[in-house]
Design a protein around this ligand. Structure first.
Ligand code: KG4
Ligand code: ZN
Length: 342
């Protein structure tokens, strides 16, 4: 049987996306962000997001079809993020996908958004199962062993904030622009990471769970202390605070990765590898630290190109294709699930 041409839809957070993918070939990937709609509110407003998704999904689908130069008739199946995420947005996507499936008679495949992220490294790289996956973004932080398209073992994850969220909050506390990650990384490059010694949460506890909310509190305390004693923050202070914060995040993620690697290696994988994905995987200091953890332990280190690391529909179409070939199909009872652990 030929490799199916998949139409994928994604609308679980603040990006509306549609893509056409056949096997590992991405024919089109359209992503329309909503940051402008939410900027005034200091975070994603679920109602605004859901309405924008509902308005834009059809347009994203037509654009993707046009870019790929195919018609809806030529599509073999429709894949859609069915969770986890903001329920209004997930519902918009699932309803749109059901409409397309009902109208064309094509199979429908509901995809877990996290599975989409976790399978993406295989879209651009010859990566054998099982591989270790670190998902680090504004919304997620977890270690997974990926055994197959529908077979994951979760080794641990954050018990509070995601690291991207911590970068964004740090930027807000220091008056830096959003998204905070790139801004904090640029400041950190000018700073002294040794001036402020921030906590390395949960390193004293066994296992791969992580915590980032205490780090944010420690940063807030240092900022307020500086403001109280010297009347404000100097450029030097801002850079040093960012450098100290980034070093703490890097150290915690590197040490927990070391532990996750040890657990993963007990499975004696034939071609041991660590893949990272998510927006925070763009951080140079973190990448360097993860690369050296891999070098020490004899793992290959890989990361998908950034456009596939952040939210997109190509990953949903690709994962949906893998599920379809596994024999997975859904019908009109497919539910939108705000919570859906792997
Ligand atoms: O995967 P993503 O685009 O969206 C979701 O969270 O789903 O990740 C966005 C997050 C933001 O919190 C952003 O600040 C962070 O990734 N980020 C970074 C960097 N670039 C983006 N964090 C640290 N360093 C960076 N260079
Ligand atoms: Zn995501």
């Amino acid at each position: 049987t030929a490799t199916p041409l998949m139409l994928g839809l994604e609308s679980s957070c603040d990006d509306t996306a549609a893509a056409l993918v056949r096997g590992r070939e991405v024919l089109a990937s359209v992503v329309v962000g909503q940051s402008g709609l939410h900027a005034a509110f200091g975070g994603v407003v679920p109602e605004i997001a859901a309405r924008a998704h509902a308005e834009r999904l059809d347009l994203c689908v037509s654009q993707a079809l046009q870019q790929a130069g195919v018609t809806l008739d030529e599509v073999d199946a429709i894949a859609v993020t069915a969770g986890p995420g903001l329920i209004g947005g997930v519902l918009s996507g699932v309803m749109t996908a059901k409409g397309l499936a009902a109208g064309t008679g094509k199979p429908l495949v509901g995809v877990n958004h996290l599975a989409g992220h976790a399978l993406t490294p295989r879209l651009t790289d010859d990566l054998a199962f099982p591989y270790l996956m670190l998902l680090v973004s504004g919304g997620h932080c977890q270690f997974l062993v990926v055994h197959g398209p529908e077979d994951f073992t979760r080794l641990g994850g954050t018990i509070d904030d995601a690291p991207g969220e911590a970068f964004d909050k740090t930027a807000r506390l220091l008056g830096l622009p959003q998204p905070g990650g790139p801004a904090v990384e640029a400041e950190a490059a000018q700073g002294d990471p040794a001036r402020f010694r921030f906590p390395r949460p949960l390193l004293d506890r066994p296992g791969c769970d992580l915590s980032f909310s205490g780090l944010k509190t420690a940063l807030l305390r240092e900022r307020d202390r500086l403001v109280a004693t010297q009347g404000g923050l100097f450029r030097r202070d801002r850079a040093d605070l960012c450098a100290g914060f980034q070093a703490a995040v890097r150290d915690v993620l590197a040490e927990k990765t070391r532990r996750a690697v040890a657990l993963y290696l007990t499975e004696a994988p034939a071609a041991p590898a660590l893949a990272v994905a998510g927006g925070v995987a763009a951080n140079g200091a973190l990448r360097e630290a993860l690369r050296s953890v891999c070098d020490e332990a004899g793992l290959r280190f890989t990361a998908p190109p950034l456009a596939l690391c952040t939210d997109n529909a190509a990953m949903i179409a690709y994962a949906g294709g893998a599920l379809l070939m596994n024999g997975t199909r859904h019908d009109m009872t497919l539910a939108a699930r705000p919570r859906w652990p792997l």
